[in-house]
Design a protein around this ligand. Sequence first.
Ligand SMILES: C[S@@+](CC[C@H](N)C(=O)[O-])C[C@H]1O[C@@H](n2cnc3c(N)ncnc32)[C@H](O)[C@@H]1O
Length: 421
Amino acid sequence: MGSARPGALRPALTRLFLPCTGGVETLLADEVRRITGTPVEATRGGVWASGDERTAMLLNLESRLATRVLWPLIDGPYRDEQDLYAMARHVPWERWMTPEQTLRVDVAAMRSPLHSLNFAALRVKDAVCDTLREVAGARPSVDTRAPDLPIALFVGPEHATLYADTSGEPLFKRGWREDKGEAPLKETLAAAMLAAAGWQGRAEDGPLLDPCCGAGTIAIEAAQMACGIAPGSMRRFAFERMLPFRPLAAAWRDLQRAAKACVHAPAVPVFASDVSFRMTDFAQRNAARAGVQHAIELKTVDALQRLPPTAQGTLMLNPPYGERIAPKGQGTGGQATAPPRAAGAREGFEGGGGSAEFFGALAGHWKRHYAGWTAWLLSPDAKLPGLMRLKESRRVPLWNGPIECRLLRFEMTAGAGPGGR
Ligand SMILES: C[S@@+](CC[C@H](N)C(=O)[O-])C[C@H]1O[C@@H](n2cnc3c(N)ncnc32)[C@H](O)[C@@H]1O
């Protein structure tokens, strides 16, 4: 069984697992390498990095692409819930929590033979409680909302791994969002779009514009990068309450102080706009909470009338799609809201009323006014280049939750140009 035996739970160095959205693994590997300076290994669904408690704290603070930072406790083969109980009994839980603290067990499964994942979680919880009752004379209780020790159980076809989740709330919750808008991107996905485009907020990356900004996620991520603001600097983490991290409270404060000292004036300008005043108002308030109000120029304007704020730059957007957030404004025949979709139309563009018209008009507008710009669009619709009559110069697969999308790059050249068709 397992990589961790009783008495050998916390070596000076461990392997940390950082899960991420599908398609982001190699980008995350690059990011983790940049943050830690140590070798990492990308695998399906995440990245393995080596490090210690300080590395785990640093990655929670600095990673824009990881969903969590998981600390492996034990792993091994299993067939049923009883095997999971026996495996969990090998972990010296008294080193991770006191009986006065609370826990929660979350289970993720891939091709697992188990009938009930809830029962598997219950058996791991029993193992923690039984161990603490034996060792410390009392058992901890469960808190499903804000546990002191969130435990993650991953069960595959034959192999299981238990992790301490050092993040707690997933890392896309940066701590600044209150106003959501209609279909906000997760912050980690917005960061993945920027990373895939190689845009890091440096002067040489040039200005960035999101002309369909909604609640401002892409622009806020970009502006924080341009200002050197650490993504985790506005939230708390589960490790702050875990026993192994208590002796590191001063080191954690040092990391936070060092991150604050790196904040600077924006290295590049970030622009954002939306046709809806409600959305730009949300974006404005989110930007203020994220500490980047001064670094984003926000406007309420139709993307079809939005003129370029600078001669060259990067357009980065996830444009409206589907019935809830279909395009509004000029290119949709002037309708304030989307017309109803055709009966039987699938989610996407094909029945989406003004969508084809909107994307044709958007491409025309960009060809006329945005020569010299590069546009990156995230879309679930394979027909988008056809609707825009543009040929993409790159296509990066990315998952938006359960929806498979592509991030498409279009080079804007004068007239139809080499990028058009
Ligand atoms: C998919 S949402 C973008 C979500 C955004 N990335 C976020 O994280 O909040 C698409 C946005 O496009 C906006 N929109 C629709 N038609 C538009 C138009 N003609 N010009 C500018 N924005 C438009 C909608 O108001 C909506 O906020």
